[in-house]
Write a protein that binds this ligand. Structure first.
Ligand SMILES: [Mn+2]
Length: 340
């Protein structure tokens, strides 16, 4: 029995588009699945064309994505429209032309993707769009298998990482084909390289923010409160809050700071009776906004709306409101219980 669906007919259609005198560009919106899929398509077509360039339309900031490019030696360049002069044909993987403004106006010959079908069919000569697949890396693994290509160590590891990322490590939207693809790739992949990429969660310049979190963390009702102060982006508060989520016994954490003229509080945890969405919506309720789920939430208000007398003690201002919001949430829960 074949390991995968045999894609011979589709491969023939792809091969028919290839010409030894033509330069190809594979355009992506880079994330692990897109990067791995582009590497795989390049592997399939590169011996039948003049050149293949992998180009991204977005900037890459996430440390695991940076680690992937570095450790797997991916030759990915930033897309510039001046590159058009050299290119004869384009392919797009893990995306479709309507997903990013830089894709619009590019004539794609090949589209391979697992996102929902477009309202208007694309004009590409070859298209394989399968929303039922957990990742595009899964589809590319089928193509490699059908093309009788044994993927190398770096390509296999990339595809495995792509499948892991898009299926939330086989948690959500994972199908049997995704698992089978991962299993087949594990014969050729490199586990220690994969671990290096997985462990690249933080950038060196984020470490001083962690120092502030450790120094300022204090109990807040049954949870913990940390004040980071001024940060470049609210995303850093999310990264720190996610880190504390891994500390055993810590019920919930609120990581707070100021960015772009706004006071931001990021909540993580919320086990048992705690509902962080309720706390977040109560935190700045008369001054700003907030909300979210039981386990993850966020609240924000404009720095300009902080009462004049509290501006010098911003940390204390947020802490006292947090304490009150958390107490109110617990009181509410208790009051509700006897009704049952
Ligand atoms: Mn994807």
């Amino acid at each position: 029995m074949a390991y995968f669906r045999v894609m011979t007919a589709q491969l023939e259609k792809i091969y028919a588009l290839l010409d030894r005198d033509e330069n190809w560009c594979i355009l992506i919106n880079a994330d692990p699945d897109a990067i791995a899929s582009a590497m795989a398509l390049s592997r399939i077509i590169r011996s039948r064309v003049k050149s293949v360039t992998l180009a991204r339309v977005n900037d890459i900031a996430r440390p695991d994505n940076l680690a992937m490019l570095r450790y797997l030696r991916v030759p990915l360049v930033k897309w510039r429209s001046s590159m058009r002069k050299k290119m004869h044909r384009y392919a797009i993987v893990d995306s479709q032309s309507h997903h990013h403004p830089d894709f619009a106006g590019v004539d794609f010959s090949i589209v391979i993707d697992h996102h929902p079908l477009p309202e208007e069919l694309t004009k590409a000569e070859f298209q394989d769009i399968r929303p039922q697949c957990g990742s595009t890396s899964t589809m590319m693994t089928e193509y490699l298998y059908s093309a009788d290509i044994r993927p190398g160590r770096l390509l296999s590891t990339a595809l495995q990482y792509g499948i892991r990322t898009d299926t939330g490590t086989f948690g959500r939207s994972c199908t049997e084909v995704d698992l089978r693809a991962y299993h087949w790739l594990s014969r050729f992949g490199d586990t220690s390289l994969m671990i290096r990429i997985l462990r690249s969660e933080y950038l060196p310049e984020w470490l001083p923010y962690f120092t502030r979190a450790f120094e300022t963390m204090r109990p807040c009702g049954r949870g913990s409160f940390a004040w980071i102060g001024k940060v470049k982006s609210g995303d850093i508060l999310v990264v720190i809050a996610d880190f504390f989520l891994k500390v055993h016994g810590l019920r919930w954490v609120a990581v707070c700071g100021v960015s772009g003229g706004r006071v931001i509080s990021v909540f993580r945890g919320g086990f048992g009776n705690m509902d962080l969405g309720t706390v977040a919506s109560a935190l700045f309720k008369d001054l700003g906004g907030g909300g979210g789920h039981k386990n993850m939430a966020r609240a924000e208000m404009a720095l300009a709306d902080v009462p004049e007398e509290c501006r010098n003690g911003l940390e204390e201002f947020v802490f006292q409101r947090m304490l009150a919001a958390e107490k109110a949430q617990r009181g509410e829960k208790k009051a509700r219980k006897p009704e049952k």
